[in-house]
Design a protein around this ligand. Sequence first.
Ligand SMILES: [Cu+2]
Length: 427
Amino acid sequence: MLSRLFTRAAWLVVALVSAFMVGCSKADLQVRQSTLDPKGPVAKLQYDVFMDTVWLVLVLFVLVGGLLVYAVVRFRARPGDDVKVVTQEGHGNPLVEIGLITASIGALVFIAIPTLGAIWIDDDVPASAVPTSKLSAWYPRTISGVEQYAATLENQVLEIDVVGKQWWFRFEYPQLGLTNDAKHSVPNEMVIPKGVAIHINLRAEDVIHSFWIPKIAGKVDLIPGRKNHLWIQADEVGHYYGQCAEFCGDSHAYMLFRCEVLEPADFVKWVASQKKEAAPVAENTKAAKGKELFAAKTCVMCHNVSGHFGAGSFAPDLTHVASRKSLAGAWLDNRDPKAQVAIEHTSPLGTEASVAVDPAVLKANLIRWIGSSGVATGADGKPTKDVKPGNRMHFYKMFNVASLNETHQTFTAEELDCLAEYLMTLK
Ligand SMILES: [Cu+2]
């Protein structure tokens, strides 16, 4: 009877363990936000500390668990034993006690050394982050208009200011002139060159957020009124997934960002493209109508479009919105979903960089985002639902200001179409 119970329990354990083991393939460790698939020195360092701890704890687990199982089996009550008699407990062998204390201290020291070392290295932005040898590769003089950036950056570490807002990230490159003040900030997608260390300044404009790109580095908090920093480096070109890692309100879970790692030459081209102003819109087109609506529907109050409008600095800069692969805190993906799936099934996810923006998907996302005011009504006659709950674009509806609802938040299908057509010209 008892042995049959044991056999069943053993089978149950085997079944459970195999069920868990199914998840343990190399491909599963490469998922988009995996700290077990480091792609830069900072993430690798953190991974190493983690693994040191895992191995030590595994040894302890086997040792303690093994002794426990041994004691349970070896000293179990047998038929005829007087189970009411409890053996006298007491202090035993001083050698064992002192040994255990020493071993515990040893284990702590074993973990402390790599941990403290890693904290030290993580905090210290390498001074010579841009080796002079790399500078020429980094800023090929053949690309026009680049000389001035190369000159500014000589012997400096590339700095990026990251600003956390409810619920999106803004990236500024002060040395390259890409700042919010200069009307050239970069929302949602941080672009960096491959293979060099980068100094990241972390700031918050409202509440606490946290910066984390699991495969590259993190996580460090962005705290209002406090200057935090970290450094990062990515060693492989790719499209990486970042995430706010500190609860910051309604749409925290939708506060993502992307990190696009480019070859240095492509990075330089990207910088040049970001400095361009929006091109004129052809007259008598839907886009031209959309541009008018952009002013009429108060979008200009919060958004900047360099070359067309220059007022808003509160919300994401839209000058290059159509060139970005994601929208609204990187929550909406503008790339062809089929191409993404195809890549996931053929090669490691790092190569996602090659999946481009799909115009049809981008347009659908723009319409979905702008139309999701909760005041406009959808096809079913019910108020449309917010893509991001409580977001700061559609928050007027909470105050229910009738005049604002009418002018700013109600759109006909045609108006949405024109607005989207206009925004699609902003590459
Ligand atoms: Cu958050």
